[in-house]
Ligand binder design. Sequence first.
Ligand code: NAP
Length: 221
Amino acid sequence: MKRVCIIGISGKLGRYMAREALDRGYEVRGVCRPESVGKLADLAGRITLFPARTDDAEVVAEAVKSCDGVLTVLVPWGVKDYASGTARAVLENAEPDARLVFSCGWHISRDGQDVYSFKLKMIVAVFGRVAKWLRAADLDDQVRATDMIFASDRDWTVVRGSNLEEGPSEGLPVWAEHVGDPLLAANITRRVDFAKFMVHALTDDALTRQAPAIVSGVRKV
Ligand SMILES: NC(=O)c1ccc[n+]([C@@H]2O[C@H](COP(=O)([O-])OP(=O)(O)OC[C@H]3O[C@@H](n4cnc5c(N)ncnc54)[C@H](OP(=O)(O)O)[C@@H]3O)[C@@H](O)[C@H]2O)c1
């Protein structure tokens, strides 16, 4: 892994991933919305930016050219297929042997074998309906995006995050194949460690074509 591209680099997760990738000595490129470029001022001179919406296939193609890894923050904002447009732009334009790592939440299920709490099901149902009614977000679009990734023959990993919080690192999160696994009971991960896991996944072959659900390894219920 020499050169990586972070799609959605200006958000909280994106900025943590940029720092983690720089710490590992990788050359870092990133795509973010033009109005968000200022959020990366502290990394000026250390990363190469391609300002554009993350579903802009032309700019994404330019940004991921010759990258060994692509880290993509999948977000379902708006009702114009932003998440699936972003996933498609990466899947269709990344180098053939690039490692592709995508972020999402526990609510995404690869095989329907995840067991969700009543609380999580209610949050997804209520937030999903209200956000769509307000035309603010479309959770189904994130589902379509990940279904596209799961069906792809690329070297992908879809990292499914638990509830997130800020704070210093607690170390690399642990993971399970399915939500509902007792290992995940604490349901909390530091955002900085979510980023650590995303970057770690680029070089962990055991995570290729897996959808790990992650959680802090040190929290006990
Ligand atoms: N938040 C949670 O509790 C949680 C839990 C589990 C998993 N996750 C996953 O973690 C990842 C990061 O999410 P996060 O909540 O922590 O937020 P985040 O890292 O701050 O990322 C939010 C992203 O959405 C973009 N964005 C915000 N408003 C937008 C808009 N109107 N149109 C287009 N893009 C917009 C941001 O770009 P700008 O910088 O341009 O605004 C940024 O790239 C996501 O994949 C999410 O599914 C989150």
